[in-house]
Ligand binder design. Structure first.
Ligand SMILES: C[S@@+](CC[C@H](N)C(=O)[O-])C[C@H]1O[C@@H](n2cnc3c(N)ncnc32)[C@H](O)[C@@H]1O
Length: 329
């Protein structure tokens, strides 16, 4: 089936890559995009439930050159296969909207209503979606991702809280970029943000931190959010083999210390290089990792044997910019 995802505007290239990764897992692919609307096909659309950098996703019914075409197509659709209970039409005018969509939601609502469906503007059971970009897009929402859900897992809302954690939506996207289906390791787990997201997706999670208080704290956090299938240990990310002897991992997602607030036991770049070597030894799949922008990760990772597939830039504040990398062994 065809799907659409409305991605967040915050890190659009990373958000598109996340949709690509998940559509691969769902047995399909991304076909294109129109500003913040990404579309493609999948056999199993439920994989998109895992999304982090998205507002919503749904079934894509079609795209049109004019409002007239959209309305004509809608008149011929069998809406009883698409609408359960009450409905509302919601229209989104994206920044590149190049059509006159004034009143289009009402006109479409009238067509659907005439087929015997009841409108509920405040609490519809089904939301019919129109997006206006370069083209007009028609779909039915499957799921909306509310900011509140993610906010409840923000660093300062965790029972064990340290101001070192990535925003949950970004952590989730990093997990998804690894295409993990069974398990995930974070060898610099801190308070466990990456593992919480991965655990909530049903992955078995493994964590390492060099500090005992972090390991105890990560356990408290994992339990708090209902993640049960975890193994977390005190250890060194540059010696993963010693922490998990004989184990290889399907996927790694991690956010090493940037060396700004923490004192590192060795030179920062040396820590990154040794940690990448250690990850390469145990990984059989994808690595998703954040590094400060002034670290030349591509050369180092490629000299170890990684293929660097993608990277996404983010300016966090005046003194911190970073790249999120996707690599493969
Ligand atoms: C940026 S934080 C990770 C934040 C994490 N994503 C979270 O949700 O809290 C980096 C973590 O790496 C840990 N660390 C530093 N050096 C390490 C090493 N050599 N091996 C393992 N962990 C290390 C620090 O104690 C810190 O908790």
């Amino acid at each position: 089936m065809m799907f659409y995802v409305e991605i967040l505007g915050m890190l659009p290239e990373m958000a598109k890559a996340e949709v690509r990764a998940l559509s691969e897992l769902g047995g399909g692919e991304v076909v294109g995009s129109d500003y913040l609307l990404v579309y493609g096909n999948v056999e199993d659309v439920s994989v998109l439930r895992r999304l982090g950098l998205a507002h919503e996703y749904g079934i894509l019914l079609g795209s049109f050159d004019s409002a007239q075409d959209l309305l004509e197509y809608s008149s011929s659709l069998e809406w009883n296969k698409l609408i359960k209970g009450t409905f509302a039409v919601r229209r989104e005018r994206m920044i590149n909207c190049s059509h006159n969509v004034e009143g289009l939601d009402k006109k479409l609502g009238a067509i659907i209503h005439a087929q015997g469906f009841k409108v509920s503007l405040s609490r519809p059971d089904t939301v019919v979606r129109i997006y206006c970009g370069e083209r007009l897009w028609l779909g039915v929402r499957i799921r909306e991702f509310r900011g509140k859900e993610f906010d409840a897992r923000k660093a300062d809302r965790r029972p064990f809280s340290r101001p070192i954690a990535l925003p949950p939506r970004i952590a989730r996207a990093m997990v998804n970029l690894t295409r993990a289906t069974r398990e995930l390791l974070d060898p610099f787990m801190g308070t466990g943000g990456m593992l919480i997201e991965a655990g909530l997706m049903g992955l078995k999670v493994y964590g390492i931190d060099i500090r005992e208080d972090m390991v105890e704290g990560a356990k408290i956090n994992l339990e708090h959010y209902g993640v049960k299938d975890y193994v977390v240990k005190v250890g060194d990310a540059t010696r993963i083999k010693e922490v998990f002897p004989g184990k290889t991992f399907e996927a790694i997602a991690t956010d090493p210390p940037y060396g700004t607030s923490t004192t590192l036991p060795m030179d920062r770049d040396e820590l990154y290089r040794r940690a990448l070597e250690s990850m390469y030894e145990v990984l059989e799949g994808y690595l998703s990792i954040a590094f400060p922008a002034d670290f030349d990760a591509i050369d180092v990772a490629e000299s170890i044997g990684f293929k660097v597939l993608d990277r996404f830039y983010q300016r966090v504040h005046s003194s911190l910019s970073r790249y999120f990398y996707v690599m493969k062994t």
